[in-house]
Design a protein around this ligand. Structure first.
Ligand SMILES: [Zn+2]
Ligand SMILES: [Zn+2]
Length: 294
């Protein structure tokens, strides 16, 4: 009698553990991240432009229009800071030529995430190809370069529609092109209009995200930011016009409203890792922190 009592209890315990384990895995699998990178977008210009889709994200999310990027405000430096979670003194990308990125010590956050969760499906879809220079073998299921923002958007929509994606980073470049050609200024209609056109692309992407078959079961965090601002027809300097950026976090687990603490470009990767429930290790020496999450 006693033996059978014990074994039935052990059986019950086994069933319970299995359920807990499945439940746990299921919850973990649902946390997903979409990062929308819009190159060369000054926050004050974003607020001047008519951008209903981006407004929908920040007005219902956590945001800062006073966030900071690297004082050396070149694209290569700043995108690397965003995607590794450390400043240039650690990742060693000092220009757009990506001479010797220290990716062994400070890899792309995709690698950090997949070290702990090898099954995560990570995608990077970019207009500016060098963004991918810091990816190592197997970091991304797919690293795709497209020559126009329209083609990037199309590929992102397709990926959201057809794949079991967990983390997607995308990069749009037209705003920065408009800045270099016509000037990064609020008075500059062509710069503002490039932001408005980009907002429409963001709208298409959000629509595709919400149309995902399992969208209701998934827990998406959407992060939107930029690498730097600009003035005149350039950037690269340590001036407020170049180094002030915007940061938007939208999802069920954000604290709505303006983020009053300082926010930095390096927070993007760390916030993404936190949402993916990655154990952020001290020894990684990350400079960023989660921003805007509860
Ligand atoms: Zn840039
Ligand atoms: Zn540029």
């Amino acid at each position: 009698m006693r033996g059978s009592f014990r074994s039935s209890n052990i059986f019950r315990l086994g069933v319970l553990c299995t359920f807990l384990l499945i439940g746990h895995l299921k919850i973990q699998a649902q946390n997903k991240v979409l990062i929308i990178g819009i190159d060369g977008t000054r926050p004050d210009a974003l607020l001047t432009a008519d951008t209903p889709n981006l407004d929908g994200l920040w007005q219902n999310g956590a945001y800062s229009f006073r966030a900071k990027t690297d004082p050396l405000s070149w694209s290569g430096v700043c995108w690397t800071s965003m995607l590794t979670g450390v400043w240039k003194e650690k990742h060693k990308v000092y220009s757009n030529s990506y001479e010797n990125p220290n990716v062994k010590e400070y890899p792309h956050f995709f690698r950090r995430a997949r070290e702990q969760k090898p099954n995560l499906k990570t995608y990077s879809i970019a207009n500016w190809k060098p963004v991918h220079n810091i990816l190592q073998e197997n970091d991304a299921v797919e690293a795709v370069h497209r020559k126009t923002d329209a083609a990037v958007t199309k590929q992102v929509v397709r990926t959201l529609k057809n794949t079991d994606v967990d983390v997607l980073f995308l990069h749009l470049d037209n705003v920065d092109h408009a800045g270099h050609k016509y000037g990064y200024a609020l008075e500059n209609k062509k710069y503002i209009s490039a932001i408005e056109k980009t907002d429409k692309k963001v709208g298409e992407i959000i629509k595709a995200l919400k149309k995902r078959k399992d969208y209701e079961k998934e827990n998406w965090l959407i992060l939107v930011s930029t690498d730097h601002g600009g003035s005149g027809k350039g950037h690269g300097k340590d001036t407020p016009e170049h180094t002030t950026i915007f940061y938007i976090a939208s999802g069920k687990e954000v604290t709505q409203g303006e983020i009053l603490k300082e926010v930095n470009v390096v927070d993007v990767a760390v916030t993404a890792l936190k949402h993916l429930e990655i154990d952020i290790k001290e020894e990684w020496k990350l400079d960023g922190k989660p921003s805007g999450l509860k």
